[in-house]
Design a protein around this ligand. Structure first.
Ligand code: 5AD
Ligand code: SF4
Length: 444
């Protein structure tokens, strides 16, 4: 690679999960702290960061096609093109391959090493392309700049990595082993986010409820202890957490839903399948019964809790009858929302080489039926909310004049008209249910 002037403007594009969104924000902050500016649009950026996701289909193909497109579409008059940095989980999994195949990529940096991004960009500009996919323990967080920017809702990564090794999943390989960030660092980061305007913080982790630490009195605590301390920040009005794993759920976290008013009545608890045989083959370490029993315990403490989940259809060997067990589970739970995916073989995971890979047409059909079941549940949940008056955190203005968009405590999108401002919590009566949102009326 020839040396070029160091890039002055950048654009970060994040794919995939909320943790990638968090990482994307932190990379932007790093580049700004290094003297770069965010480009007004991607076409004008001198550095483009592709913050990639490897969890499902064609992730790698998409990265290569993006790299190709950027080279062609964004080429400048003098023949130069923006520098490309590939970050995220595809970078972790395919780093050397990307470097070998894509000469226009200057930097490949994994999710645990991106604190080195500015130095790597400078080196690439000087003609030294580089890959860093090391996984040092938490080194990156200490090296990141102080948080200075936030909208009314913010993400805060508290835990990373996964030791569960579900047989379909690439995360334990791309994000590494489970680690918890220290309590004090998290309280400090939350404080800065709140000072910058955050009114709601969502605590993030691949297994967020596996977070452990020591509180201000050096007592060992779980996520409930962290939530309790964050709830003491007066300007912080709401706390959420995602994604939880059934195996790591504790009585203390369940109880916290009754004890901490700022902890929102919402639980994202992926189940993946409604068949015990499939769950075992997935190495999920819970059964349908234990999952339902766990939800019952939540509902005792927090009767109106909204439940969300993740599902995979077409796991190798999944029979029609086993798939129908998943539909039965969906009807039994009454999900307020859920994410569903066609099984995608991930290179290097045990399930990728299992017998009984399912025909794509069968997967399509199952996905459609599953989504219909989820939509029925979501509509029923929304209809049951009509007539309730609740607090809405205003996140942005709507398309129509005087219209506002925000979220209910149950994470429903709510739109309403009236006197409000971004970042305010207002009282809204839910008057009409849609499939994906609620219409509300501002209550004086
Ligand atoms: N194929 C399809 N879906 C997957 N997920 C994880 N790995 C795969 C895969 N190989 C889904 C799971 C997980 C969510 C984040 O992505 O449902 O909970
Ligand atoms: Fe992947 Fe399973 Fe870990 Fe979730 S719990 S990140 S699905 S291995």
């Amino acid at each position: 690679m020839q040396s070029t002037p160091p890039p002055k403007t950048f654009h970060v594009r994040s794919f995939g999960c909320q943790m990638n969104v968090y990482d994307g924000e932190r990379m932007a902050e790093l580049l700004i702290a290094d003297g770069m500016a965010q480009a007004d649009e991607r076409a004008n950026a001198e550095l483009i960061v592709l913050n990639t996701c490897h969890i499902r289909e064609r992730a790698v193909d998409r990265v290569y096609s993006d790299i190709g497109r950027i080279g062609k579409e964004f080429a400048r008059k003098d023949g130069s093109a923006p520098m490309i940095a590939v970050a995220g989980c595809v970078a972790q999994a395919e780093g050397d391959e990307i470097m070998a195949r894509a000469p226009t990529v200057g930097v490949v940096v994994g999710p645990q090493a991106y604190h080195r991004l500015p130095a790597m960009v400078a080196a690439a500009a000087a003609g030294r392309r580089g890959t860093d996919t090391d996984m040092p323990e938490i080194a990156k967080f200490a090296a990141l700049p102080r948080r200075r920017r936030s909208g009314p809702t913010a993400f805060l990564t508290v835990q990373e990595g996964c030791d569960k090794f579900c047989t379909y999943c690439v995360v334990p390989y791309t994000r590494g082993a489970e680690i918890s960030r220290p309590f004090k660092d998290l309280v400090d980061e939350a404080q800065l986010l709140v000072e910058a305007g955050a009114r709601e913080i969502t605590l993030l982790g691949q297994n967020v409820n596996a977070w452990t630490g020591q509180d201000e009195a050096s007592r060992p605590v779980g996520l409930e202890g962290l939530a309790k301390s964050l709830a003491k920040l007066p300007e912080l009005k709401r706390i959420r957490y995602t994604t939880s794993h059934p195996t790591d759920m504790t009585d203390a976290l369940i109880a916290a839903h009754a004890e901490i008013p700022k902890l929102m009545p919402f639980l994202h608890l992926p189940v993946q399948s409604g068949s015990d045989r499939v769950l075992k083959a997935m190495n999920r370490s819970h059964t349908v019964h234990s999952y339902l029993a766990l939800l019952d315990r939540f509902r005792v403490t927090c009767p109106d809790i909204a439940i969300s989940g993740d599902f995979i259809v077409g796991f190798p060997g999944e029979t029609e009858a086993e798939f129908e067990e998943t539909l039965t589970l969906i009807d039994a739970v009454g999900y307020a929302q859920a994410f569903s995916f066609k099984y995608s073989p991930r290179p290097g995971t045990p399930a990728a080489t299992m017998d009984g890979q399912i025909d794509p047409a069968v997967m399509d059909d199952r996905l459609q039926r599953l989504q219909a079941a989820v939509n029925r549940g979501q509509m029923a949940f929304n209809l049951a909310s009509v007539g309730r008056t609740c607090e809405v955190l205003v996140e942005r203005s709507g398309k129509l004049p005087g219209q506002w968009l925000g979220k209910s405590p149950w994470l429903q999108s709510v739109h309403f008209f009236g006197d409000a401002a971004i970042g305010e919590i207002v009282s809204v009566e839910l008057v009409e249910a849609g499939a994906n949102s609620m219409a509300g009326r501002l209550v004086a």
